[in-house]
Design a protein around this ligand. Sequence first.
Ligand code: FES
Length: 369
Amino acid sequence: MRVAHAARISCENKTMSDHTIELITLDGKTLSYSCPEDTDLISAAEGVDIYLNAQCHSGSCGACIAHCDSGEYRLEGYSEDALSEAARSQGEVLMCCTRPQSDMRLSLPYEYDLIRFEAPARRNARITTMTRLTPDTVKLELQLEPDEEGALSLDFEPGQFVQLGIPDTDIQRPYSLANTPNWDGSLEFLIKLRHGGVFSTWLDRQAAPGMMLEVEGPFGTFVLRDHGLRPRYFVAGGCGLASIMSMLKRMAEWQEPHTVKLFFGVSTEKDLFYQDEITQLAADYPNLQYQICLTRPSPSWTGYHGSVVEAFKQSLAGAQETPDIYVCGSPHLVEGVTEAAIALGIDPNALIFERYLAGDAQDSRCDIS
Ligand code: FES
């Protein structure tokens, strides 16, 4: 649950080796806490119930990126896929790998309301349905058990993800929700089965309807931004469609008046899924236009032949009004869309993205090629 209390939080019990960490959110609010020199910025925040955007806690996903405005720090133990040398040289840091050597001031790339001030909920859920959409894509549907107050629903924003735990282990993997918040506690996911992935292997070989698993969350700051009636473009690669479908369904439920374009890309017809769902969504929500893009279609394909980035770029070049751009998929996709948008003069703040990186043991929420 989000907390809307005063935007400045100070932590007590500071010692000589602790430093004050001041955070500034995208909407200009501030909060501060203290962090020992030998502790990373995410762990110290969580120690005082400040839950910032983070996913792997090990420098591999890039979720905890922030800009250091001032202060000295040590930054080590991360993957260059999560933080490039160019980004580091411009002052970007991964907070889970950053240890302060002085007081620090950092800018967060999301609003204050997306920070949580209590530990994420852990709930039990039952597998209701597993549907193979393509040879390596599964739609997983869960039914939450009631929480201690008897409520079935999960309080999440379209675009967010949860951690799904493999039963009888402490292994969790993040997956985005593909449906919208609801009162009956049903959750939907689109899961890419990756060879060698621990969760993928469990889902492929052992999971079955009726099994229970643990759901922790929600997490994430990839959510719809309130920027008035600016058009919204959505670019999805593979299972990156999950969080974007959640956003689009929410916009359709509320019949939001924005102009909306969806660009959805996979490689071949056999990788394609959710065509009927997208068609139905466009019928229910006439503001939505969409383009399905295949990079390696068969000769009988009559739709767009080319990359989703190219389709997006062509549409953006002809746009009358600057849109907000939501991108979800591989780092390659996010980079392509970002470069294309910036080359066409788009303000980087209009780009809202979630990159799916392969985590431990190769589970990933989508293709990462
Ligand atoms: S949470 Fe810091 S890189 Fe993943």
